[in-house]
Structures are given as structure tokens and as C-alpha cells.
Design a protein around this ligand. Structure first.
Ligand SMILES: Cc1ncc(COP(=O)(O)O)c(C=O)c1O
Length: 376
């Protein structure tokens, strides 16, 4: 099959929801992905900050094979050990107390919204301008971009938006009915927006003072992406609810909330697949490898290297391996990089660089010389 035939099938049978780049990926190994003609591409986006261990990691393959021979799914009618072991691990690495595992990031945000409303008895949620929290109706309500929301109104009522990185704007919006404030410690989908050094701590102070829950959405920043396990740890604060997903299981779909506030009662939350043993085993192994192989340090080191090499010639910002580069036409640059066999993604006029955490200096150099040669 060739690329044109693939695109024709998509046009015929698949939803038009996605604007895709013109490559069909058939397999991956380490830092590289391969198309229908076996062309080799350097992966500089990890399936949107997901494949932290690169592709076809041997240990992950083994875990999937072994666990699927043992038990793939049983539902939450029964206890399963991988679920509880993963929960224990998540509490250990986050310092938070209790876990609910979901199937993806948006499921984590939905869980956070429900939990915040339930434990506070209040209804209002304050999100941030330019935020992205997912596509299901609850998380979509907390997402800023009007384009994503417009066809789907009415969304959740009682959602307000504060200006990101502006503590006064947040202070003005908090009311007696505010259940929670939700924010990304670094905004990802809107183009890698990093707030000031004190902002997160100030948000924690004001939420504590006003008895409002703080939900941190670390779905994109979590598990070492930014050079620390979680961004909140860099700022020495603790959220009441932490949302995670993406890089948690090396490409296997999963998410979670980890929380320190009250809890759901029986039957108040659930899902057929949530916390299934296969996904949980893969997540456990992924976190183990990230820690054992010092991938968080690597994220910091290679991220800094890329930023240092490029900062004199272009507008670049980032933390660890979550990097944005301002270009005049990001789609054009993305396509030109595809011609040079490098895969990236973009938001607005920002090229987004989110490589696997296993990236080495030699891969970074390939990217740096390609982007430099484009003069974008
Ligand atoms: C910060 C943030 N929150 C939530 C989500 C939604 O996660 P998912 O796509 O797994 O539903 C994303 C996805 O890009 C994200 O970046």
C-alpha cells in the first residue's frame, strides 16, 4: 500500500476529526520510526510526549507478553495486584496519598472535576486562559480554545478563566463557590508557556488561604518530561489533586489522579477498563525504567543542550525535553523537517519538541543541524 492509498481509505471510512501529517508510521525502534517504504525518521515528538522510552523497548515488550499470558482484564468487581502496586508506586513518587487510575488524560481530568465537586460540595472551577485539559465534555469545559468548544455548547456551567501567570487575575475570580483551581505547570498545547518562578507557589498559597483545591494537570509535564519527576516538586509545593497520563506507560493508554483530599464513595466513580492489570504492569515497568536509567537527568541534560545550542539563532523556550521554538510558519517547518526525516508537531507558530527521554546527544545534534539549516 502507498501513502495515497492510505489517505484514500481514511477519507472513505475514518472520521474527519484529525488533521494528519502525510506519513504512515508502521513501526518504531528506539529513537526512530519507519514509514510504509521503510524510510527512517528521528522521533522528536514521542507521540505527543508519550513514548518516553522510545519504541519497542525490550523490557516493555516482555511485560506486555507476560502479563497478557497471565491476565489482561477482569474489571473492578475484583481486586488485582498490578493496580494496587501501581497505586503504591504513584503515591511514593508523588508524595500524595490515594490513587484512581483512568484510561487516559481526559479521564484523569474528568475524575479530578468530579472529586473536587464531591469533596468540597462547591460547583465552580477556575481554569486558565490558553489551557488544554482534554476533549471530553468536562475537560473540554476547562480548555480555553474556542475552536475546540464552539460546536459543543452547552458545556459545564460555573467555569471561569483566569489569566495564566497572573496571580491577581486568579485572586479576583475566587469566590465562595470555587471548588478548585486547575492549571498546567507549563502549558503544553498552547505552545510551551512557562510561568514565572514564583507563580505556582503563589497559586498554592492563595488556594490554601481561600480553602480551594488545587488541581495540577501534569499529564504532559509528568514522569520526567521537564527534567524533574513532576513539575510541582521543582516548586516545592503539593497539589490536592494531580492529573497524570501520557508518558506514564511508554505508549500504553493510561492516566490517573493522585490526591490528598477526600474521596469518592462506593459507586460514585468507575469504568470498565480503568486500572486494568495489563496497563498497570506496563506503567509500573515504565516508571521503574525511567528511574533506573536516570532518564529524568537525561531529559534535563539534553533539553538544556538543545536550548543552549539554538538560543542564539532562534526564539526557543522549554524545560527538559518539553521545548517550543517560535517559527514563522510552524506547519511549513514541520513538513520541511519531515523531508529531512525528522518528526515534530506544532501549535500555532510554535514548533514543539518532545523527544523520547532516551534521546542521546547525537540525536539532538541531528535535530539542531536540521533546524539550523532551515533558517525558519
Ligand atoms: C495538559 C494536558 N491535559 C490533558 C490532556 C488530555 O489527555 P488525553 O489526550 O490523554 O485525553 C492533554 C493532552 O494533550 C494535555 O496535554
Amino acid at each position: 500500500m502507498n501513502q495515497k492509498e492510505v489517505e484514500d481509505i481514511e477519507k472513505e471510512v475514518y472520521s474527519r476529526a484529525f488533521s494528519r501529517l502525510p506519513v504512515t508510521i508502521v513501526r518504531g525502534k528506539g529513537m526512530y520510526l519507519y514509514d510504509l517504504n521503510n524510510n527512517k525518521f528521528l522521533d522528536m515528538f514521542s507521540g505527543i510526549a508519550v513514548c518516553s522510552l522510545g519504541h519497542s523497548n525490550e523490557e516493555i515488550i516482555k511485560v506486555i507478553a507476560n502479563q497478557s499470558k497471565k491476565l489482561m482484564h477482569v474489571s473492578n468487581w475484583f481486586y488485582t495486584l498490578p493496580q494496587l502496586e501501581l497505586a503504591r508506586l504513584l503515591t511514593r513518587i508523588s508524595g500524595l496519598k490515594r490513587v484512581f487510575i483512568t484510561n487516559d488524560g481526559t479521564g484523569a481530568v474528568e475524575s479530578a472535576i468530579k472529586l473536587a465537586r464531591k469533596v468540597t460540595g462547591k460547583k465552580e472551577i477556575i481554569a486558565m486562559e490558553n489551557a488544554f485539559h482534554g476533549r471530553t465534555l468536562g475537560s473540554l469545559s476547562l480548555t480555553w480554545n474556542e475552536k475546540y468548544k464552539k460546536p459543543f455548547y452547552p458545556l459545564l456551567p460555573r467555569v471561569k478563566f483566569a489569566r495564566y501567570n497572573d496571580i491577581e487575575s486568579l485572586k479576583k475570580l475566587i469566590s465562595e463557590d470555587t471548588a478548585a483551581v486547575i492549571l498546567e505547570p507549563i502549558q503544553g498545547e498552547s505552545g510551551v508557556i512557562i510561568p514565572g518562578d514564583d507563580y505556582l507557589r503563589e497559586v498554592r498559597e492563595i488556594t490554601e488561604e481561600r480553602d480551594v483545591l488545587l488541581i495540577l494537570d501534569e499529564i504532559q509535564t509528568g514522569f520526567g518530561r521537564t527534567g524533574v519527576m513532576f513539575e510541582f516538586q521543582r516548586h516545592r509545593i503539593k497539589p490536592d489533586i494531580l492529573c497524570v497520563g501520557k508518558g506514564m506507560a511508554a505508549g500504553f493508554p493510561i492516566g490517573a489522579i493522585v490526591y490528598n483530599c477526600g474521596d469518592f464513595d462506593k459507586g460514585e466513580h468507575g469504568g470498565t477498563f480503568v486500572g486494568n492489570p495489563l496497563a498497570c504492569e506496563v506503567a509500573k515497568k515504565t516508571i521503574e525504567i525511567i528511574q533506573r536509567e536516570n532518564l529524568i537527568k537525561n531529559s534535563d541534560k539534553i533539553g538544556n543542550y538543545i536550548i543552549n545550542e539554538l538560543q542564539d539563532i532562534m526564539e526557543i523556550r522549554g524545560r527538559g525535553l518539553m521545548i517550543g521554538i517560535k517559527v514563522s510558519d510552524a506547519k511549513k517547518t514541520t513538513l520541511e523537517l519531515i523531508d529531512r526525516r525528522i518528526l515534530t508537531i506544532y501549535s500555532n507558530n510554535i514548533l514543539r519538541i518532545l523527544p523520547p527521554l532516551i534521546i542521546e546527544k547525537k540525536h539532538a545534534e541531528i535535530f539542531i543541524s536540521a533546524i539550523d539549516s532551515l533558517k525558519c
